[in-house]
Design a protein around this ligand. Structure first.
Ligand code: NAP
Length: 298
């Protein structure tokens, strides 16, 4: 079988290299997405995945300087570990203590976190917004932290963090209280009557847990269907599968839904813009991502 080449152009002495570090990283959907964008815009750039074990993170970042690469994405488990090796970190990435995009400007490395802004762009794309809305976030891990900060700063009217481990919900709520104009962020345990009440009255529910992710698609949704309402927007950050048990339950009650692919595309479009200074070809990147997702094990 002949595979379609995924490099941007013929590699030559002028090719700009960017990529992603993670451990493991073979599953990353970013290479097809960014290389499709480079091909489309005829940019002499290439995006390469690098599997970097945790004990070599410092050397990998130093290598970015040495090889004069334009930048890197950073994925699990290195998002926090890279921070100490950078020259500068955006305010958002500093608050979150996590970087997913590094830009190398003549040896000066700046770290950003594009996950939260990526989520907001995916909302806007569906003509939705968080401003003045009652938002409930389920989960308190890395993705929940990024999304909670973004929706709070986008002017959410009320915010509640619902998590299995209540102490982690409390920590995230206090982080958001500390860094945003929201005066009170609720922290609630999952499977409590308070959670049922909060979820039933929410305008926007955002599932930031891996519940329903491949290969465990057929588990009960993290929010029982009887807590969902037709007026709601229900978002699931999981993108494999796109149609999760939660989104199916939400559609059955007549709610609007948003899957995790929009956030994934847009954390990438923002990184692309940081590196190239050009507008990202969003539809090309989305198409490449969806095609790569289709090739993943179902
Ligand atoms: P994480 O840091 O490990 O956090 C996972 C969170 O989910 C924790 O709050 C955990 O609760 C909760 N959780 C895990 N299993 C659970 C269960 N069985 N029932 C109830 N709660 C459960 O993970 P993450 O990095 O935030 O990622 C979370 C999800 O978001 C993953 O599916 C990931 O693929 C997705 N994601 C998507 C994008 C995107 O661009 N679409 C970006 C980032 C992440 P405890 O605190 O109690 O352990």
């Amino acid at each position: 079988m002949i595979m379609k080449a995924e490099t941007a152009v013929d590699i030559n002495g002028s090719t700009q290299i960017v990529g992603v570090i993670g451990w493991p990283v073979a599953h990353s959907l970013s290479p097809p997405m960014h290389n499709a964008a480079f091909r489309h815009l005829e940019l002499n750039w290439a995006y390469v995945p690098f599997a970097v074990p945790p004990h070599l993170v410092a050397e990998a970042i130093q290598g970015l300087r040495g090889l004069q690469m334009r930048g890197l994405n950073v994925t699990i488990p290195h998002k926090t570990a890279v921070v100490e090796y950078l020259d500068e970190v955006s305010e958002t990435a500093q608050i979150l203590g996590a970087v997913n995009t590094i830009v190398n400007t003549e040896g000066h490395l700046t770290g950003y976190n594009t996950d939260g802004p990526g989520f907001l762009r995916s909302l806007a794309e569906q003509d939705e917004e968080a401003a003045d809305k009652q938002v409930v976030i389920i989960g308190a891990g890395g993705a929940a932290r990024a999304v909670a900060l973004a929706v709070a700063r986008a002017g959410a009217g009320q915010l509640a963090i619902v998590n299995r481990t209540i102490s982690r919900a409390q920590q995230l709520a206090s982080l958001i209280n500390q860094h945003t104009a929201l005066s009170e962020v609720a922290a609630i345990g999952l499977d409590t009557s308070e959670a049922a009440e909060m979820l039933s009255s929410a305008d926007i529910i955002i599932d930031c847990t891996p519940v329903g992710m491949h290969p465990h698609e057929n588990v009960p949704p993290v929010v029982p269907a009887q807590w969902l309402r037709p007026h709601q927007l229900v978002c699931d950050l999981t993108y494999n599968p796109r149609q999760t048990v939660l989104l199916s339950a939400a559609q059955q009650v007549g709610a609007r839904t948003m899957d995790g692919t929009g956030m994934l595309v847009h954390q990438g479009t923002i990184a692309f813009e940081h590196w190239t200074g050009q507008s990202a070809p969003v539809s090309i990147m989305r198409q490449a991502l969806l095609e790569a997702l289709d090739r993943m094990p179902a």
